[in-house]
Design a protein around this ligand. Structure first.
Ligand SMILES: [Zn+2]
Ligand SMILES: [Zn+2]
Length: 392
């Protein structure tokens, strides 16, 4: 462990910052915005970061609700990034708690910025839109945003404190089936039924299911199923998510699923085309060296991380980030240990409680301590990078 020279400073910084961060979280709670419509939410983050002397590029990469905020310390050192989310869900607003997530990660960036003039280094806060749908961490990972970043941190509210784990690799695949209309009673024999092609696909996938790895998931819906019962449908469209624990198995499984659709179309005399309807997410690779240091820092703050790591059956765009830069994505508790799951009204309501704000403050403190460890202990940073290289 490096000497905890700055622990008291960090506590003071967080105490000073906390009211602004709560205000940010509650403002975003009150103004829930869906992915790529987060105009008020992104603006609120940018305003706070500019107040704290960050240089902000907004919009970023041509995305209206994305931003890149940079605070360069007076001395050189590593570049540490914190990734903020602020998109909401349809109907239930901030049921995933991204209002609090954003305040926590932006707060960690601001807290660290107060120290890098003295210890060296650069702080980057990235505003990453649309995590729930078409996550722009994917766009950023592909655009080279992380090329000059040494380490990336993200977190997520939860029912407890969990060490950073894994998430599923996922592809969002759509199938379009083309057939030929005909009167369903008078001349059905002249039609080619695109709905049959679609239903065959679901049945083929259900047959495939027995032979897929238990950790994998394939689930879909029919988005367009035809126009009227007396017309043989000439067009149908289905959307699927295909998920697996790693990229090689995802690729294998995806090919099998596509074959199910090809066969379904062929049996109905139709044609099929496939594509992606949302961004594909890679699996999260937790940097263990980094994660262990973070967990130790949480322990110093009185929090015992649940190290039965939270291996999420969901998928997150932080996965793509973790494949291009060393990263962790730990969870913090907001419900005083009460069992509650994300994407619910109950979860949303917990984001405004004292327990939630305690989780936010503890996470900011541990993120800041861990960043300082990386800045002050070159060996730690080298170990983190060596593990990253070895994992690739
Ligand atoms: Zn969510
Ligand atoms: Zn979420």
């Amino acid at each position: 462990m490096t000497m905890k020279l700055y622990t008291e400073n960090i506590q003071t910084i967080i105490e000073d910052l906390s009211p602004e961060l709560k205000e940010l979280s509650e403002y975003i709670y009150d103004h829930p915005e869906l992915g790529h419509e987060e105009y008020l939410s992104s603006k609120a983050h940018v305003t706070l970061l500019e107040k704290h002397e960050f240089d902000v590029e907004y919009p970023y990469l041509g995305i209206d609700t994305a931003f890149k905020a940079v605070y360069k310390g007076k001395k050189t050192g590593p570049t540490i990034a914190y990734l903020s989310e602020y998109d909401a869900l349809p109907g239930i607003g901030h049921g995933c708690g991204h209002n609090l997530l954003g305040s926590t990660d932006t707060g960690a960036g601001i807290a660290l910025s107060k120290l890098v003039d003295e210890v060296g280094g650069t702080v980057v806060v990235l505003g990453t839109p649309a995590e729930e749908t078409n996550g722009d961490k994917v766009t950023m990972a592909e655009a080279g945003t992380f090329e000059d970043i040494d380490v990336a941190f993200c977190t997520h509210p939860s029912d407890d404190y969990y060490a950073s784990g894994t998430s599923m690799a996922m592809e969002a695949i759509e199938f379009k089936f083309h057939g030929k209309t005909s009167h369903a009673a008078a001349s059905p024999f002249e039609g080619k039924n695109a709905l049959d092609a679609c239903l065959n696909t679901f049945n083929n996938i259900n047959s495939l299911r027995q032979q897929i790895h238990p950790s994998a998931r394939v689930h879909g819906v029919i988005k367009q199923g035809g126009e009227a019962a007396n017309i043989i449908p000439d067009f149908t469209r289905a959307e699927f998510y295909v998920r697996a624990m790693d990229m090689p198995y995802l690729t294998e499984l995806k090919e099998k699923v596509i074959r199910c659709a090809e066969a379904g179309a062929m049996a109905a005399g139709c044609t099929m085309e496939w594509g992606h309807y949302e961004a594909s997410y890679q699996n999260l690779i937790t940097n263990k060296t980094l994660s262990e240091r973070y967990n130790e820092n949480m322990k110093q703050l009185g929090i015992e991380m649940n190290t039965e790591v939270k291996d999420s059956m969901g998928s997150m765009d932080m996965g793509n980030v973790s494949q291009v830069v060393p990263a962790i994505n730990p969870y913090f508790g907001i419900s005083e240990g009460n069992s509650v799951t994300a994407h619910t009204v109950e979860f949303r309501e917990y984001t405004k409680t004292a327990a939630a704000y305690q989780g936010m403050e503890k996470t900011i403190a541990a993120f800041t301590e861990t960043a300082l460890d990386l800045i002050l202990d070159q060996q730690l940073l080298a170990d983190v990078k060596a593990e990253f290289e070895a994992t690739l």
